[in-house]
Write a protein that binds this ligand. Structure first.
Ligand code: ZN
Length: 349
């Protein structure tokens, strides 16, 4: 036997020793790190097994087959043990995480805080829907407008005493934060041809002390209707239909004459108290009626300024404050709640 010739039996013994050493170690592995260390030790590039496989070329063809098959058997066995260890240890690791973070389905649910639409906006959309179904178009006002459209064009010329009723915010260059959405009436009369059916919902501003019934900012819904042979009865029928839809119950309306410069005749429209259904309560002061809006037949001067022939056409107009309607719908006692930013209040709607 020459010294240079590798010894078949010794190499086979080395291979067998390898598995005898590795097996008990791999069986006792408790962590993934340990498993990896043993994998590198017994199967890695610098392992004893790799050394043995490197010497294969020095053997005769016959011996090479014997050693190669034995070494590959060992390699497969060790690889399987390492792989099984990985799967087992990963499962353990996963279960540990699950135990710590598992979901207890019996715990109370915390609902996420989701925002929602402001009650006045909700009711503005409802108002728009109802009037649209009745054939009305919707026009939105300019929040800053000029003196002509806010006052003069609705029969409130400069110096008119009724201007004092509107405490007005003026800009430094003489523009107005609109005091009512009637500010669009002149443009509507000019731009729409009769029959005209338009509502104007929008924010208005009054420079006045606030209390439970008055806010510096509020939402007005102006209505304009112009056609041939239009009467007050048409207006009352239109508004009765609207309020019955808005409050989802049948209401009665009545007209009480009053003076407003832009209407003739003008008056207040009342509806049966929706809180007591007309029986009498402290909100309606036991009258069973609620004065809800100013309205009337559009003044001939206003029609004329809008380019409408008042001998041929007539029309009615109204304006109501949306917040007041919403207050009655939900029995809210103070208008200032709406824009107070109080979430406890707003969350109710
Ligand atoms: Zn009442």
């Amino acid at each position: 036997m020459s010294a240079s010739k590798p010894d078949l039996q010794k190499t086979l013994d080395d291979v067998k020793n390898l598995i005898d050493t590795a097996k008990p170690l791999l069986e006792k592995v408790t962590t993934l790190e340990e498993n990896e260390t043993l994998r590198v030790q017994f199967l890695g590039r610098k392992s004893k097994l790799t050394d043995i496989l490197r010497t294969l070329k020095e053997f005769s063809d016959e011996d090479r087959v014997i050693i190669g098959s034995e070494a590959n058997k060992i390699k497969t066995q060790l690889s399987e043990m390492v792989e099984n260890n990985s799967v087992r240890l990963l499962k353990i690791k996963h279960n540990r995480i699950s135990d710590k973070e598992k979901i207890d389905v019996t715990l109370p649910v915390y609902e996420p805080q989701i925002g929602h639409i402001h009650p006045v906006t909700q009711m503005q959309w409802k108002t728009e829907d109802i009037f649209q179904k009745m054939g009305f178009d919707i026009v939105y006002p300019y929040e800053i407008d000029d003196d002509y459209h806010n006052f003069t064009a609705v029969n409130l010329p400069e110096g008119h005493p009724a201007r004092d009723n509107w405490d007005t915010f003026w800009t430094e260059d003489g523009q107005i934060a609109i005091t009512h959405t009637s500010s669009m009436q002149n443009r509507i009369l000019k731009e729409f041809k009769p029959p005209i059916r338009v509502i104007v919902p929008g924010r208005c501003f009054r420079h006045e002390a606030t209390d439970a019934r008055h806010e510096h900012t509020f939402t007005q819904v102006e209505g304009v209707y112009v056609d041939k042979n239009v009467t007050l009865n048409n207006m009352l029928a239109t508004l009765k239909t609207f309020f019955s839809e808005f409050y989802e119950k049948e209401v009665e309306v009545k007209f009480t004459p009053d003076f407003f410069p832009f209407v003739e005749p003008g008056g207040m429209m009342s509806l049966t108290c929706i809180l007591c259904d007309g029986k009498g309560c402290n909100v309606c002061k036991n009258t069973g009626w609620l004065e809800i809006l100013g309205c009337g037949m559009i003044h001939p001067n206003v029609l004329k300024m809008g380019g409408i022939d008042s001998d041929v056409y007539s029309g009615f107009a109204w304006g109501f404050g949306l917040e007041r309607l919403v207050m009655l719908k939900y029995n809210i006692e103070d208008i200032r709640h709406f824009y107070s930013g109080k979430f406890d209040f707003l969350k109710q709607f």
